[in-house]
Design a protein around this ligand. Sequence first.
Ligand code: HEC
Length: 144
Amino acid sequence: MLNKGYFYKTAIVAVVSVMLYSFNGFNTVNRQDGLKQSIERGKKIYTQTCVSCHQVNGTGVPHLAPPLKGTDYVLKNKPRLIHIVLDGFNEDVEIEGEYYVNPMPAFNTLNDQQVADVLTYIRNSFGNKADAVTAAEVKAQRKK
Ligand code: HEC
């Protein structure tokens, strides 16, 4: 005969397992939603703040503002990318055979979440595909 204690223990383990399992699933869904929402917010910031120079499709304007499509600056080193927005950028760069000498102004009035969103947007637009930039990552760079 099953004793009551065993029955309850088994029941509790079962309930807790189901809870943990659904919590995990919930988290995964949440992370994906978070990325989508960050990209959506970032698109608005891009449209207000960056589009005049870098253009709707991230093509830039030859000699004036470089493209954001597939560049190492956008896709590779995240701290460097974050600093471009926080501090502005003034290095003579060659991107896809064009030279850019105009400086880009700093956008340090954007808060950590806004910088994260706009960078997550450009890293996932114009054919780019790269992981998100988080507000925590921006915060860490703002101090440096
Ligand atoms: C006033 C025009 C202007 C605006 C507005 C502007 N940029 Fe730039 N951006 C430039 C220029 C010019 C450069 C190249 C600077 C240099 O040669 O040193 C540049 C370079 C960059 C680069 C590195 C090079 C590349 O093409 O990958 C990134 C990334 C970038 N900008 C992102 C942004 C983002 C994100 C915003 C909006 C928050 C923004 N820019 C707003 C003009 C602008």
